[in-house]
Design a protein around this ligand. Structure first.
Ligand SMILES: *Cc1c(COP(=O)(O)O)cnc(C)c1O
Length: 456
């Protein structure tokens, strides 16, 4: 039995532009605000953290942003990525649905994250930057930036959330193999880290704390800049190569998605697959449903407040309007470390407010059930984060079975789980739990939201 159906583009089909959804939005994004003045910030306010080329990509409303030649050259190593029809999974589910998945796990770091890491390293190198400072949760972003830094001759320094640093030594080893320096966060190297350690010496860390440390170091050193792996407009922009390739591959399949599914931590892989299709719909093309899937233990889109908030715990970042659980919220431990962020990308949040996307939250055991079912049918072992998208797609396919209709479902398989086998061991050992977040802690974190509103 050979049911493998794979749509492959040759390398001349790597997109030449990133697609900018800001050009097609029915209503523009709310401005980013200065935390001191409450007034919109300008490009110069961000200059200590990012090179100007990336700052301009943050605010541009041009529809197409050209991908520099050297970035496309690096993309050629693994792009265009394959798109598969999941025939064996369809059979296993006995669904009339047509399930397709775009596979981003073929990159050197094993996820979609190098799509932006390579671009960010390129622009920083062009601007004369010597060092990139960043944070990482599970280690996917840290290893992607370490890879990109190695290619462009930049030093990379990664603040890794303490629990992951201790529990995920393999991702750390990968970063070090690429030449990066990896520091457990909270650390003694920064004021933000020392302040947290003074309160609690064995603090397990959080993405919000690690971001504070990285931003602090970048802001204080002229030769260093900060890099973020999700959330920001320019990061989502770089990921749109995923959706643009998918449009061409769905054409090869002579099909078009009725539903697109992606998992959301900060929103970048979801945006990558969905925005090019959404843009086409906003310009008068075929309408589609778009579903964002998030963990029930850190449900920013489904349970967060849409408000101005900080991106980090120490409140060093500007204020952006987004769905947030509050910058001091610490989600309970669960295995999809890449989805443990208190906020959601402003662009994705804006779409949710406009009713252009839907969101759903799942507990982790059902998510791993789905991932294992997928692996047994399709052979690819997804990252725990990607299992959320798998579960979302399977539920859509089961809905088709119930309703007796055939729809095309496209989801983003954003990474493989080869460095996450402990999560699978725990799942098979019956050690996963569906612990929710602490309602009291959420209420407290939300009560602490800064009291600024959108300027009229
Ligand atoms: C980082 C990561 C995520 C979460 O980040 P997004 O910006 O929401 O995509 C999801 N999946 C994988 C495999 C990741 O590495």
């Amino acid at each position: 039995m050979n049911d493998t159906v794979k749509y492959v583009l040759d390398e001349t089909r790597i997109p030449k532009f990133w697609y900018n959804l800001q050009a097609d939005l029915p209503k523009p994004l709310p401005p980013v605000l200065h935390p001191g003045t409450g007034k919109p910030i300008g490009p110069d306010d961000l200059a200590p953290l990012f090179p100007m080329a990336l700052i301009m990509q943050e605010v541009t409303t041009e529809r197409e942003v050209e991908i520099p030649g050297p970035v496309r050259d690096v993309y050629r190593q693994w792009r265009p990525t394959p798109l598969y029809r999941a025939r064996r999974l369809e059979k296993a589910l006995q669904t009339p649905a047509r399930i397709y998945y775009k596979y981003e796990g073929v990159s050197p770091a094993g996820s979609h994250k190098p799509n932006t890491a390579v671009a960010q390293a390129f622009y920083n190198k062009e601007a004369g930057v010597k060092r990139l400072i960043t944070e990482t949760g599970a280690g996917q972003w840290g290893s992607s930036l370490a890879f990109a830094g190695a290619l462009f001759g930049l030093d990379v320094q990664v603040y890794m959330v303490r629990v992951s640093y201790d529990q995920k030594p393999y991702r750390r080893a990968l970063m070090e193999t690429y030449g990066a320096r990896c520091i457990a966060s909270p650390s003694n190297e920064t004021q933000s880290g020392r302040a947290i350690l003074a309160q609690r010496a064995d603090h397990p860390g959080s993405l919000g704390i690690a971001i504070s440390e990285a931003v602090e170091v970048a802001a204080q050193n002229d030769d260093a800049k900060y890099a973020l792996g999700s959330v920001l407009n320019h990061v989502l922009l770089h990921q749109t190569v995923i959706g643009q390739e998918s449009i061409a591959q769905m054409e090869m399949a002579d099909d078009y998605p009725d539903v697109i599914v992606g998992c959301t931590g900060g929103g970048s892989n979801f945006a990558g697959i969905a925005f090019p299709f959404l843009g086409a719909a906003l310009r008068g093309g075929q309408k589609i449903r778009i579903v964002a899937v998030e963990p029930a233990a850190c449900p920013s889109l489904t349970r967060g407040t849409y408000a101005y908030d900080f991106g980090d715990t120490a409140h060093l970042t500007p204020l952006t309007k987004m769905h947030t659980l509050g910058s001091t919220f610490t989600p309970p431990g669960f295995h999809a470390g890449g989805l443990r962020y208190h906020g959601m990308a402003p662009l994705v949040s804006h779409l949710k407010e406009l009713g252009l996307i839907e969101a759903i939250a799942y507990h982790q055991i059902g998510v791993f059930d789905a991932g294992v079912q997928f692996a047994r049918a399709e052979g690819i072992l997804p990252a725990p984060e990607a299992n959320h998208a798998v579960k979302g797609a399977i539920d859509q396919a089961l809905l088709c079975r119930e309703e007796g209709v055939s729809r095309a479902i496209l989801f983003n398989l954003c990474g493989h789980g080869h460095f996450d086998m402990q999560a699978y061991i725990d799942y098979f050992g019956g050690k996963l739990s569906d612990r929710g977040y602490d309602e009291k802690e959420l209420a407290m974190a939300l009560a602490g939201l800064p009291s600024v509103t959108e300027p009229a």
